[in-house]
Write a protein that binds this ligand. Structure first.
Ligand code: CDP
Length: 253
């Protein structure tokens, strides 16, 4: 309840409850290729959020009546583990997870070159292991890197984060307390060239606040994109190095 008392509770001396500036992202960590049995995988931490994404495919569609003759279909399943939130969540799909699966798929599909794989399916599974607001955006970031790790041809990586309004100020990447007691939360997803593939809003913003929040969220996406790009480059230069070493050993044999 302390959060609802006054605006000053959210931002004090220019800093937020967790010590961040209004335009600061939570610390972000991304690891690629974390699951041996998936075609592509990624683990993401954004603040206290812990998310894993696994990609399978392109592979044959089952049931077959779902096949599209000109392109691959993309399936995206967002699932929140029972233990990921403070009050144990009942396992299984619910209205929220259907919504987040739909918006996650729609955020990624525009960059996937689905016409390369007619009659097939690309399955994306996003598991939320620990939640602290912003799990849909963390899931999309993880899924985007996992798709690249699976070698799925894409027009670019998708990066995603939210901007919100708390204590009368527009802030980047709201965490749980800000999300719960703030005035607005606006998650977006973006291509590297700035095309928006996800835009949702909870709460209300004036038109000027909307533009401010949009610019802030876009700057957050650009920062996340740099991390996604860096980890993929590191991963693939490492694999390239390993392949080179193997080739040398074979040549010596
Ligand atoms: O996680 P995201 O912000 O994308 O979605 P949300 O529906 O706005 O949920 C915000 C936060 O509320 C989640 O990240 C969880 O921390 C929390 N939550 C929860 O505690 N129990 C649920 N059943 C759903 C969400």
């Amino acid at each position: 309840m302390i959060f609802m008392e006054e605006k000053i509770s959210f931002i004090k001396d220019g800093l937020r409850l967790d010590g961040r500036r209004p335009d600061e992202l939570r610390p972000i960590k991304i690891e690629v290729g974390v699951l041996a049995r998936a075609d592509g995988s990624c683990y993401v931490e954004m603040g206290k959020n812990r998310v894993i994404a696994a990609v399978y495919g392109p592979r044959e569609v089952h049931p077959r009546h779902l096949q599209e003759v000109t392109r691959a279909i993309v399936r995206y399943r967002y699932n929140m583990a029972s233990f990921s939130v403070e009050e144990r969540r009942r396992p299984g799909p619910d209205r929220r997870s259907y919504e987040l699966s739909k918006v996650g798929r729609e955020a990624l599909e525009p960059v996937i070159l689905t016409s390369y794989y007619p009659r097939s399916v690309i399955d994306v599974f996003v598991e939320i292991l620990q939640a602290d607001a912003g799990t849909r955006t963390a899931g999309i970031n993880a899924a985007s890197v996992a798709l690249a790790d699976a070698g799925i041809p894409m027009r670019g990586l998708i990066s995603s984060c939210a901007a919100g309004k708390v204590g009368g100020e527009i802030v980047l990447d709201p965490m749980k307390e800000e999300d719960n007691f703030g005035d607005a939360d606006m998650p977006i997803a973006m291509t590297p060239s700035g095309e928006i593939t996800l835009l949702q809003m909870d709460g209300g913003l004036t038109i000027d606040e909307f533009h401010e929040a949009m610019e802030l969220a876009k700057s957050g996406c650009r920062q996340i994109y740099e991390v996604q790009r860096k980890v993929l480059i590191e991963r693939y230069s490492q694999l390239e190095g390993e392949r080179g070493e193997q080739a040398e050993v074979t040549a010596c044999d």
